[in-house]
Design a binder for this molecule. Structure first.
Ligand SMILES: [Zn+2]
Length: 162
């Protein structure tokens, strides 16, 4: 599997290198322009046009690199956020309540000091964690539409030892 962060870092380094190359190319084009102006070809319209076209192309390449660099930064930010979200979601496992409803339950080994709680499976599928609220018998998601997001936990008050 591709490591997102390594790939982004490699691309970032490649773009950094490319930006240095375009910077050097622009310096060389400026030197070429200076040399041309001092040579016996000074004032040659065709030569001046070519040097100007070269500088324009280098500038375009530089702009393209900067645009790619900005896009890459956005992708890197999104990838880091996805890692954080996945880490939060990984704290829960799908679990069936004694009454037969499917909800996500906090994994005991990932509690990190939190009391046992359950999260909405609909929100979970959308990468959001909404703690179910309610009684020992049934709990609701306070984020989803209440009519469709009520989860029955127990039919009697006797069990909560899962
Ligand atoms: Zn929900």
């Amino acid at each position: 599997m591709v490591n997102f962060q390594d790939t982004i870092q490699e691309h970032g380094e490649a773009i950094g290198l490319s930006l240095r190359h375009t910077s050097t190319a622009m310096d060389l084009a400026a030197e070429l322009q200076s040399l041309a102006s001092r040579s016996k070809h000074a004032g040659d319209m065709e030569l001046n046009h070519l040097v100007a076209a070269l500088k324009s192309e280098i500038t375009n390449a530089n702009r393209a690199n900067i645009a790619i660099q900005k896009t890459l930064s956005k992708i890197e930010k999104a990838a880091l956020e996805a890692v954080v979200v996945k880490s939060k979601l990984d704290r829960y496992a799908l679990w069936q309540t004694p009454a037969g409803a499917s909800v996500y339950r906090l994994k005991a080994d990932r509690a990190e000091g939190d009391p046992m709680h359950y999260v909405c499976p609909v929100c979970y599928q959308n990468a959001k964690i909404s703690i179910l609220q309610g009684s020992q018998m049934k709990k609701d998601c306070m984020v989803c539409d209440k009519s469709s997001c009520t989860y029955r936990f127990e039919y009697s008050r006797s069990v909560d030892r899962a």
